[in-house]
Design a binder for this molecule. Sequence first.
Ligand code: AMP
Ligand code: MG
Length: 705
Amino acid sequence: MIWDRIIMVDWSGGAAKSKTPQSDAIWIGEARGGASMEPIYVPDREAALGTLTNMLAERPAGERILLGFDFPFAFPAGFAARLTGQDDPRAVWSWFDARISDLKDGRDRIDAAAEANDLFEGDGPFWFNPFERTRPHPSIPARGMKTRPLPEHRSVEDSASGALSAWRLGGVGAPGSQALMGFPVLLRLKERFGADLSFWPFDGADTPIVVAEVFPSLIAPCIEAHRAPDPRQKDGKEIKDRAQVRILAHALAALSEAEMARLFDVPNTPEGWILGTGHADRLAAAFERSQGRPAPTRKRRLPGNCFALPPGVDWTLVDDALAMLRDRLEPIAETQRGLPEAGRRLAREAVAERSNPPRANAAVDGYAIKGALTQEETTFPLAEGKAAAGVPFDGPLPGGHALRILTGAFLPDGADTVILQEDADVAGGRVTLIGPQKAGANRRRAGEDFNIGDTILEAGRTLTAADLGLLAAAGVREVETYRPLRVGVLSTGDEISDAPSADQIPDANRPMLIAAIAAMGHEAVDLGICGDDRDALRAAFDGADTDVLLTSGGASAGEEDHVSALLTETGTMALWRVAVKPGRPLALGLWDGMPVFGLPGNPVAALVCTMIFARPALSLLAGGGWVAPLGVTVPAAFRKSKKAGRREYLRARLRDGAAEVFASEGSGRISGLSWAEGLVELPDGALEVTPGTPVTYLPFAGLLR
Ligand code: AMP
Ligand code: MG
């Protein structure tokens, strides 16, 4: 089952959006022959229907197209029959289609949902009216509902982590609104393409055009990791909806035929299915593969040109510099198998070797029975013996009996419900239990936390204390991790000394950078100080038994800038003039295959460049993936008139919820670094900051880890 084109649509249930590409509108992504096309932005549903109709109508004879929409195609079992007298979800589509008059506006979807709710007892099933104020519908509850007429989720949603309920009409995602405004589009496409188009899984998948429900969040970490840089966006990254359709289409296109067949191998029930559920790892791995970046390898050498700048580039914007590092670096640390250790980075995903819990067990102390309690009081004969954690009951529960059971004890065969001991009265070999109580109450289901074979931790994960608990619970004794990256720290300059004479100054960078490297989870190697002397520097580089080298000083293009001169000699050096303050020159090169980060000598610039540029690069090299700093938007407590042209990082700290900055911006002022608890990041463009202006604050806590 191979597709010529894969088209993925990020749908929207809300009002039409402006012509400028933005999130929460409609995005259409396409992959064709293994390449992904530029995603298309569409401001409203009518336009989307037109665009999709054209895309499908243009297909040459014999071409097969998979078209995915990210809204629920069906509701939990029971709804269709009650609403329409049939189980077929398409009857539900028609029911709503008849009540939605304007595809563009979409306000009457709420009236339609209210009309559907009126057919049911209790609260809902639809809830969360986004127009509560202007269109109150008493039959559409807000939250805090007690009696729900139908289950909240379809069975597929239990396996698709993060999937929201299709009954939800408002708030984040609002799948219900998206669905009601998507059904008319599905029907219009069917009218247009007739027997050439089918809906999976309801019709099978044999026609030239197959339409399926998808959910990009299935591969959320992969999407997040591959959002392209986009300086026009607030967070500097490609609009998420755009990345979602682009990457999901590409990931699907990268599957092998067998893998694709497995995705489609699901039972056909009227509740439908989200294509890809249960195969998130496979999809993410296929995408990585297609990027030529397979799951971490043990390759230790980077290509010789990995730091080369594109021809003609003089100045590099911070985001471009980061994007280049991100695109070109890959893990170089060695891997090893062994006991999991906190702080180590996983080289391979960890897969559960047992389920948690392994068998259904009691969540409370009480009495195990079979099925629900329908009466207020029911008396059972007590089975002989009891079930305790680690001491299971011998044999099945005799029919009609209750059994004393303690928290954590496995439920014997024939028992599925536990009644709290507070609701029990024991007398003469019998127990009277207070109801009503649902079947399955106080029971932990087997595998409800995770199942054997589940991926419990992804490759690249830096193991935490909690992860060690998870691995132990999952029966994973050994994991494959990267050895900590060995990062050499070398200071350069004739004026720098650990025992300075009157003409010299103490080495401030080395202790500072060694501590910063250690805080980032790498192994810092102290390489001492080297004078401004080409041969001495060459000897120091040659003698460094490290994975990476971090030098400070001598990185510019002056005659005493020996680090850049030496790296230039080897032919792999690139002097990156980054549009950043403090910082600017960053000498990047390979020394016999070992990446060298030549930082500026100024302590302030050296630390800022380490945190902003070296940190994510080192994390990638160490196998921990790219790491973005943790930033919060806070009001400024300072004034500054910033010129356009380069990004600025100010030494800052938070006081009373606002960011104050160090009095002097002089980059030799080490006292200001120590005063600061983070950085304020000012964008590349001009900016007039006055007290109250929102600015991005990057706490050191997020930059030095
Ligand atoms: P450079 O990048 O070598 O031109 O150095 C820029 C400034 O930073 C000069 O004032 C140096 O003295 C100072 N500097 C360089 N390395 C260090 C260091 N390890 N500790 C303190 N200051 C330094
Ligand atoms: Mg110097």
